[in-house]
Design a binder for this molecule. Structure first.
Ligand SMILES: Nc1ncnc2c1ncn2[C@@H]1O[C@H](COP(=O)(O)OP(=O)(O)OP(=O)(O)O)[C@@H](O)[C@H]1O
Length: 223
């Protein structure tokens, strides 16, 4: 379980996150929504342990982030908005490269299967020949190499076609159901949020998303 307690973040004198408390249970998919600048990426960066909160505490499966950050990092997969893969390498070379950097050993077949699970069948293709949606799928496959317990995704489906979007959504649901992975993802697509998520967290001042969700019969947790 991920436990977030009274989490706040300030940049200088500007408060971005104000005393957030929530938890995510194993197997749950949680959406994170809010207007531009509401603090979604800030929150994901803190959960990915790339940035520190100003105050508050975080634990993953009862391990406090500030007590054993190395152990916590091994349990987290993070897909940031920017795609971070080697353009000149093939899909296979990228997967093998990131497997070597990870803490687990996976066979080439297992790595290829991870890509196939997402319908990414361009194993021998250089990344520079892939479409934006395929690159996003590869970025996601890389984040799953070490079998993370908590998967954090910053707008994983932005700018990709409906078919790829649906494939990624189905894959996330399968991952949560079969591997009990905790998933937190941001999206501005409320249909996707409503269809995929078990729960939704709403942050920021604007009630726009909150109203859309409520009209669609989803009750978000508001911060
Ligand atoms: N390193 C930083 N230093 C100062 N201010 C920052 C920093 N990073 C983010 N901010 C500010 O914090 C606020 C929240 O930014 P953040 O990127 O977390 O929002 P977001 O909800 O992810 O937005 P978007 O939907 O546009 O991606 C913004 O006002 C932003 O300008």
């Amino acid at each position: 379980m991920l436990n977030v307690t009274s989490l706040s973040k300030k940049y200088g004198k500007t408060r971005v996150l104000n005393s957030l408390s929530f938890m995510i249970n194993p197997g749950e998919i949680v959406g994170l929504v809010g207007e531009n600048g509401a603090g979604k990426s800030t929150l994901l960066n803190i959960l990915a342990s790339l940035s520190k909160p100003t105050s508050g505490s975080l634990s993953l499966h009862s391990i406090q982030f500030d007590k054993n950050i190395k152990k916590v990092r091994q349990m987290i997969g993070f897909v940031p908005q920017e795609i971070a893969i080697w353009e000149e390498f093939t899909v296979q070379e990228n997967m093998v490269f990131f497997e070597k950097l990870s803490t687990v050993n996976k066979t080439t077949d297992e790595l290829q299967q991870l890509c196939m699970d997402m319908n990414l069948d361009k194993w021998k293709e250089p990344v520079k020949h892939l479409s934006g949606g395929m690159k996003r799928k590869l970025n996601m496959a890389i984040s799953l190499i070490h079998d993370p317990e908590l998967l954090l995704l910053d707008e994983p489906t932005v700018g990709i076609d409906l078919k790829s979007k649906n494939e990624i959504s189905s894959y996330l649901q399968q991952l949560a159901a079969e591997k009990n992975t905790m998933i937190l993802f941001t999206s501005h697509d409320m249909d996707e949020i409503i269809n995929v998520c078990d729960r939704v967290l709403c942050i920021g001042e604007d009630t726009f998303y909150q109203n859309i969700l409520q009209e669609a019969g989803t009750t978000p947790e508001i911060f």
